[in-house]
Design a protein around this ligand. Structure first.
Ligand code: KG4
Ligand code: ZN
Length: 343
């Protein structure tokens, strides 16, 4: 049995295509962290197949849990609460994590904590560095592109969001038209390092002062350019297409983040979600915020993509506020971040 006063959270994440579990000490220290990725199984279909994802989660979840306890050299008796991704995500995938967490919490009489997936991505940063408020989070993942203002822990105000595709979705769709494997983000990122922004794709600034995003016009521009070149028999360099697309996405993301950070006079800017792994975005943000007046945190690559450590870090905030979720909790594919924060 543990002897210290620390609080240990067991966290589970199954919202998409990673089956993950972690044990987190006091919301900021990773004791153990296990991620079983299914990417290989989905790759041949060019995207995540929901039914396949659920089946994989069912096969993996007990193995992942055994591994996380074995790596931590802990037993469930030493755990203070169980946190799980409640939504958003694929409903069948979420259900595996939620049912597992409920069963464990009920059987072992532990508090159950539902966590919003995006709150998790944001709190991944707190495993590296504490937050300073007001804080602005640029969330860029396969399903989300949002600018979120936080004035205190656990509270979220969406000040801008995508009106169509998420940034990661745009990456994946453009990659598919370029015949690159799934997921396309890392593939385009790699090609972009070797190319030049020669095609000058449009930048979607939207109305003056808006912090919303739009990527569907850019996606169409890339697709049209590819089709036109093919019809005319012109060969475009894949590296230049990737670099031009990435330059457009990154310029808009960085500029809007900077403008919002100034407007809301934030102390701290953080980046979260799978697209935060993008090298072009990471470098451009570092350049933009290099005068040091606003603290910038960019998580290490392995914390950008889906994992359960981030769910444990976010779950700790709810635990500290005594916000237990009741046994009626269900997987909620449309869970709203602001409403979640107001609980
Ligand atoms: O956060 P995440 O792992 O899953 C969701 O919650 O959506 O994000 C996955 C997304 C995919 O669209 C993937 O292509 C994108 O993140 N991604 C990247 C990079 N690495 C992952 N996009 C651009 N550049 C990267 N290096
Ligand atoms: Zn995610």
């Amino acid at each position: 049995m543990k002897k210290d006063k620390s609080k240990y959270i067991l966290a589970i994440e199954t919202s998409c295509d990673e089956t993950a579990a972690a044990i987190i000490q006091d919301g900021q220290k990773i004791i153990s962290n296990v991620v079983a990725s299914q990417i290989e199984s989905h790759r041949r279909f060019g995207g995540v197949v929901p039914e396949l994802a659920s089946r994989h989660h069912i096969e993996q979840i007990t193995l992942v849990l055994e591994e996380v306890f074995s790596q931590a050299k802990m037993s469930i008796d030493e755990i203070d609460a169980i946190a799980v991704t409640e939504g958003p995500g694929l409903v069948g995938a979420l259900l595996v994590g939620v049912s597992t967490a409920k069963a464990l919490a009920f059987a072992h009489q532990k508090p159950l904590i539902g966590v919003h997936h995006i709150a998790g991505h944001i709190y991944a940063n707190r495993l590296e560095e504490d937050f300073s408020f007001p804080l602005l989070a640029l969330v860029v993942s396969g399903g989300h592109t949002e600018l979120i203002l936080m004035r205190k822990h656990g509270q979220f105000e969406v000040i801008g969001e995508t009106r169509d595709d998420a940034a990661g979705e745009a990456y994946d769709k453009v990659a598919r038209t370029m015949d690159l494997p799934y997921p396309g983000g890392p593939e385009i990122d790699q090609l972009a390092q070797l190319g030049e922004d020669t095609l000058s794709f449009p930048r979607a600034w939207l109305e003056e002062g808006s912090f919303d995003f739009s990527f569907s016009g850019l996606k169409s521009a890339v697709i049209n350019t590819l089709h036109n070149a093919k019809q005319k028999g012109i060969e475009l360099k894949k590296e230049d297409i990737a670099a031009s697309f990435q330059a457009s996405v990154v310029e808009v993301l960085v500029e809007k983040t900077y403008q919002a950070a100034k407007k809301y006079q934030v102390e701290h800017v953080i980046v979260a979600g799978g697209v935060a792994a993008n090298r072009g975005l990471r470098n451009a943000l570092k350049d933009k915020f290099d005068d040091g007046t606003i603290k910038l945190s960019i998580p290490p690559l392995w914390l950008c993509t889906d994992n359960a450590a981030m769910i444990g870090a976010a779950g700790m905030i709810a635990y500290q506020k005594d916000l237990q979720t009741d046994w009626a909790m269900n997987a909620n594919p449309a869970l709203d971040l602001e409403i979640y924060g107001d609980r």
